[in-house]
Every structure is written in structure tokens, then in C-alpha cells.
Design a protein around this ligand. Structure first.
Ligand code: ARG
Length: 460
């Protein structure tokens, strides 16, 4: 009369609360697919070295195929008496195929099994996230290409600084998401190592072929130390860190979308399907999606800290603490997946109000730096030019006009080297066109960058 699934050693069952407290099946069952893949690769290897027979291997394969069908059809009955995804599946396998099912766990522990499952799971999420990041970059670059000539004020300290093109502004985010994708590509290399073979912690006395299992599962190599293999969660932390940066970038973009959509600013409109109304104020159209994305960044950042904290006190090798790695990890992956999917659609539907952008750029002396640069090109030292322009700005403030509104005679009052051609420099178009170098805001450069990103992301 066994008190628990794992052994006859126990004389009394755990309480219902302890059972619930220690069970992970409610959340780790979503790794079932990968658990089965791992088991099949392990069984194949056991058969290849003669630890189990070809018949056993075949029975395990057909049993697992049936179990996978049951799970996909929602007909598998998960039980918290069996603690986690691994024991649930193994128990069902034994029910279905008898002794062959009992031989599957030879040379293996749940410790290396779970580490393998998580790596397979994270690897899959990484591939999905990389694809979504490139889709988002594609949408940003598409919109940027339509707005290489649309001018809005660029800000520092949220004060009008210099005019920039809207396409340039959008491509700043395409750069961030490009780095995010690179980070995931790099993280994937360390995720993609096989822990199986480490068994509980010390390895196993069976003559296992770890390379074969790694090959079957598409891992690039095997973990080289059994103690590390079962207890390392660096790869999950790296993934959560990459997810936190993705959300941080999403959050910055969200903040701008909210700001731009505020009627006070009115630079853009978001499609109705990403906004909601107010139950009391009929005039409202609130940008709920970007606000919520900004909010969800908090939990993804939190999961990173939780995981780091989970690891910091653990001695080698496996400790049950590690079971706590999953919910935050899963939630980080779910959150970036949903958020990126929504943003791909939302960015594609941004309606740009170019007139409002332009009007805003005409306020706040956005071309003051251009006037200073104009004088410098005529031989005036930059600091002197800076001072001259400050006087001109002050005068404009008093008159309530822009620099370009000052008559030539008045401008010449500030500096005799100013000539008629200054008006070409003081326009928004002149200002952005002049910044014509790699990374500059000139329409020609923005077009080049947008086209580069479009080409990079076309396959996805
Ligand atoms: N459910 C466990 C986890 O998520 C699996 C490994 C349990 N191993 C053990 N010896 N308790 O980490």
C-alpha cells in the first residue's frame, strides 16, 4: 500500500495541503510535449546500447503517441497525486504498456529530465520571439518608409530639441528590437545543451550515449558537468533578462504612443480595436493596449529578479527550489509573445497626423542649432555662435514668433554674417536634410535604413 507515487519508503501520506504545495503539475503540464520528446530520445538511446529491447522501445513509442493524443484532445487526466508532468506521463505509460514503461526511467532522473524539458521549451519560445521581433521590425520599417519626410520635433528632457523625421524616430525602435533578437540568438546557444545523462546529479553507471540523445533532440552539445547540468538555470535567467529588455523597449514605445495619442499632442491615432472607451465619459478613446503593455513590463522585470533570487542561495546540485523557476519563466514568455503579436498588428495600423507633428516642430525653436551651425560654417567660433543664437531666441520669445519669422534685417542685427540663405537653413526640411550621414535623420538616410531593415526581415 504505497503512500506516494515515488516510493514504498514512506509510512504516511502527505497532507492535502503539502500535496498541493509541492505539486507542479498544474503549471508544468504545458511542457508535456517536450517531456515526451525527451523520453523518446532517451528510449531510443537505451535501445541503441542494448539496455532496453527494440520491442520495449517500440512499445514506449506507441504508448507515448497515444498519450500525446490524449493530452492534445484534452482527455488526459492529470492528477496532483502524481506531483508533476513527468510522473503523470510515466504512470500513464505504465498503465498502457506495462513493464516496458517501467524501464524508461533507467539511467535517468527527474532532475535531468526536467532540466531537459525546460531547455526544449525555452528554445521553442526563443524561436517564436525572434520571429515576432523581426515581424515588428518589418512593420516599423514599413511605416518608416512612408514617413521619411514627415517631420516632428525631437525631444530631450521632453522639451523640443531639433526636428527629426518620423521614420527616423520609428527606426530607433527597430534598432532596439534588433538587439533584442540578437540577444535571444546568443542566449539560444547556451539553452541548446543537453542535461540528460546527468541523472540525479552524478551521472549514471550505464554506458549511455549522450551525443546520440543530443542529436535526436537537436541540441548543439551536451552539458559537460553532471552537477551543473541538473542545477543550472542560467539559461532561464538569460531568457528572462532578454524578455525584460524586450518589454522595456515595448514600454518606452508604449509611453510614446500614449503621449502621441493624447489630444494635447495629437500626433497619431491608434486603430479603434486597440483602444477602449470610458463607462462615464463618452468622449474618451483610451490607448489601453500600450498602457497595459507598459504595465506588464513590471511583472516581466519582476520574474527576472525572482529567478536570480531563487538561484543565489542554492548549493549544488538539484534542490526543489528549482521547481519555482517555471511560473515566472512561462509568464515572461507568454507576456512577450502576446505583447509582440499585438504590437505587430498595432504598429501596422498607426494613423499619422503629419500636420500636427509639423506644427509642433515649428514651435520651440527647433532649428536654433542650425542657425548656430550656419554661423560656424562662416567662421564664427561655436561658443560665440551659440551665444548669438541665444539672443535671437530670446527676442523671438518676446515677440512670440519663430526664428524663421524674423526679417533678415533683424537677424543681421544679431550677426552681420547672416544672409538671405539663412531661411533655407531655418526650415525644418533644411534642418533634417542637412543631417545626412550614417545614423542621421535626413530622409535619404532614413530611406536607406528602412530598406535595409525591410530586406533583413523579409524572410520572417
Ligand atoms: N517537478 C520538479 C521540478 O520542477 C521535477 C524534478 C523533481 N525532482 C525531485 N527530485 N524532486 O523541478
Amino acid at each position: 500500500n504505497k503512500a506516494q507515487a515515488w516510493s514504498a519508503r514512506f509510512s504516511e501520506p502527505v497532507s492535502d495541503l503539502v500535496k498541493r504545495y509541492t505539486a507542479s503539475v498544474n503549471f508544468d503540464q504545458r511542457m508535456a510535449n517536450f517531456d515526451i520528446q525527451g523520453s523518446l530520445a532517451h528510449a531510443d538511446m537505451l535501445a541503441s546500447i542494448g539496455i532496453i529491447s527494440a520491442d520495449d522501445k517500440a512499445a514506449i513509442e506507441s504508448g507515448m503517441a497515444l498519450i500525446l493524443e490524449e493530452i492534445n484532445a484534452g482527455q488526459f487526466s492529470w492528477s496532483i497525486d502524481l506531483e508533476d508532468v513527468h510522473l503523470n506521463i510515466e504512470k500513464r505509460l505504465v498503465e498502457l504498456i506495462g513493464d516496458a514503461g517501467k524501464r524508461l526511467h533507467t539511467g535517468r532522473s527527474r532532475n535531468d529530465q526536467v532540466a531537459t524539458d525546460i531547455r526544449l521549451w525555452v528554445r521553442n519560445e526563443i524561436d517564436i520571439a525572434i520571429d515576432l521581433l523581426h515581424q515588428l521590425r518589418h512593420k516599423l520599417a514599413t511605416l518608416a518608409l512612408e514617413h521619411t519626410e514627415t517631420i516632428l520635433p525631437g525631444f530631450t528632457h521632453l522639451q523640443v530639441a531639433q526636428p527629426v523625421t518620423f521614420g527616423h524616430h520609428l527606426l530607433a525602435y527597430a534598432e532596439m528590437f534588433g538587439r533584442d533578437a540578437e540577444r535571444l540568438v546568443d542566449c539560444r546557444k547556451r539553452v541548446n545543451r543537453l542535461p540528460l545523462g546527468a541523472a540525479a546529479l552524478a551521472g549514471t553507471s550505464y554506458p549511455i550515449d549522450r551525443e546520440r540523445v543530443a542529436n535526436t533532440l537537436g541540441f548543439e552539445g551536451v552539458c559537460r558537468n553532471s552537477l551543473d547540468a541538473v542545477s543550472d538555470r542560467d539559461f532561464a535567467i538569460e531568457f528572462c533578462a532578454a524578455a525584460a529588455l524586450i518589454m522595456t523597449h515595448i514600454s518606452r514605445l508604449s509611453e510614446e504612443l500614449v503621449l502621441w495619442m493624447s489630444p494635447r499632442v495629437g500626433f497619431i491615432d491608434l486603430a479603434d480595436r486597440f483602444c477602449t472607451g470610458s463607462s462615464i465619459m463618452p468622449q474618451k478613446k483610451n490607448p489601453d493596449v500600450p498602457e497595459l503593455a507598459r504595465g506588464k513590463t513590471g511583472r516581466v522585470n519582476g520574474h527576472l529578479i525572482a529567478l536570480l533570487t531563487l538561484m543565489k542561495g542554492q548549493p549544488l546540485a538539484y534542490n526543489k527550489d528549482n521547481q519555482e523557476d517555471k511560473e515566472g519563466l512561462f509568464d515572461s514568455a507568454d507576456t512577450i509573445r502576446d505583447t509582440l503579436t499585438i504590437f505587430v498588428d498595432m504598429v501596422g495600423g498607426i494613423r499619422v497626423k503629419a500636420d500636427a507633428m509639423r506644427a509642433a516642430a515649428l514651435q520651440g525653436f527647433a532649428t536654433a542649432t542650425d542657425l548656430a551651425d550656419y554661423l560656424v560654417k562662416k567662421g564664427v567660433p561655436f561658443r560665440d555662435a551659440h551665444e548669438t543664437v541665444a539672443h535671437a531666441v530670446r527676442e523671438c520669445e518676446q515677440r512670440g514668433c519663430d526664428l524663421a519669422d524674423l526679417p533678415l534685417a533683424d537677424l543681421q542685427g544679431f550677426h552681420s554674417l547672416i544672409e538671405q540663405d539663412i531661411y533655407g537653413v531655418l526650415t525644418l526640411e533644411g534642418s533634417v536634410a542637412a543631417r545626412n550621414h550614417i545614423g542621421g535623420t535626413a530622409p535619404a538616410r532614413v530611406r536607406q535604413e528602412a530598406e535595409r531593415i525591410l530586406a533583413e526581415t523579409t524572410a520572417s
